[in-house]
Design a protein around this ligand. Structure first.
Ligand code: IPD
Ligand code: CA
Ligand code: CA
Length: 280
């Protein structure tokens, strides 16, 4: 097993960028012009012509440049061999609910794993024309300028972001308790509706930390590389190494990582957590 060289990573970054820009241009043409919006199963889990067309555009670019590398996409599942050390993890439209409501916060997310570890990622926000790129050892950029995580060292001075998965109505483990708890302990917790842009936000220092449960590999594969290459930290909730398929992620500027991990550990909605800050 040979890790990709920096020249190979640079080449893969350029391929992912070509795909993300093509997909982003397609998303822009659909914005405000959707004729039909399907629900995938769970209430609120939407699928539009834009998700599908964006995915087609990405697959077209990858099939031209890296026909032998397997691809996992949100809308098509696993495509290609399982033998390779590489796996592309793609969300053609991250923030579909926002997109369907013309709330301008959505992105294309293209990540690449090598031997199960994210090694390269490109996230493109076509509405704001913001292109985020990172690869292991090559740093992280926004519109080709280097980015760094924030310098906030105290939880009570931090701004966080999180999200709520589509199974939120069906489970007590729906992140509501964690949201309330951390809202009390910080300057605020935002819910943007696009996990990849949340991770990009941590990487560029717009927010100090992000956590979420019920998240999929295509939501985070690219963003994990961005945060790490921008000097941040990405783990499981308890600070142990991130398990990409566990559905749980904690990504921060590093300084407030242990504090958030500790507070997430104190919140247990499944065992009847009570907010210690609320007087009864
Ligand atoms: C969703 C967004 C949202 C997050 C959900 C994701 P989608 O992705 O990233 O921010 O809270 O868990 O499923 O469905 O818009 O691609
Ligand atoms: Ca997504
Ligand atoms: Ca999606």
């Amino acid at each position: 097993m040979h890790l990709p060289t920096s020249t190979q990573l640079q080449n893969l970054l350029d391929i992912a960028t070509e795909a993300a820009l093509a997909a982003g241009a397609i998303l822009q043409t659909y914005l405000g012009k959707l004729e039909e919006i399907e629900e995938k199963g769970r209430p609120g889990d939407l699928l539009t012509a834009a998700d599908k067309a964006s995915e087609v555009a990405i697959l077209d670019v990858l099939r031209r440049h890296v026909p032998d590398q397997p691809i996992l996409t949100e809308e098509s599942g696993q495509l290609g061999t399982t033998e390779s050390e590489y796996l592309w993890a793609i969300d053609p439209l991250d923030g579909t609910t926002n997109f369907a409501h013309q709330y301008p916060f959505f992105a294309v997310s293209i990540g690449l794993l090598f031997a199960g570890i994210p090694c390269m990622g490109v996230i493109f926000d076509p509405f704001h024309n913001e292109l985020y790129r990172a690869a292991k050892g090559l740093g992280a950029t926004k519109n080709r300028h280097p980015i760094r995580v924030s310098q906030t060292t105290e939880l009570n001075k931090s701004l966080l972001v999180t999200g709520f998965a589509y199974d939120r109505r069906e489970t007590a483990d729906n992140n509501y308790a964690e949201f309330c708890h951390l809202t009390h302990l910080t300057q605020g917790v935002r819910r943007s509706g696009s996990a990849s842009l949340d991770l990009a936000g941590v990487a560029m220092g717009r927010v100090d930390g992000y956590w979420e449960r019920g998240i999929s590999i295509w939501d985070i594969a690219a963003g994990v590389v961005l945060v790490e290459e921008a000097g941040g930290k990405v783990t499981a909730y308890d600070g142990s190494p991130l398990q990409l398929r566990s559905g749980r992620i904690l990504a921060t500027n590093g300084y407030i990582h242990d504090s958030i991990s500790t507070e997430l550990g104190r919140v247990s909605p499944l065992t009847g957590w009570e907010n210690p800050l609320v007087k009864r």
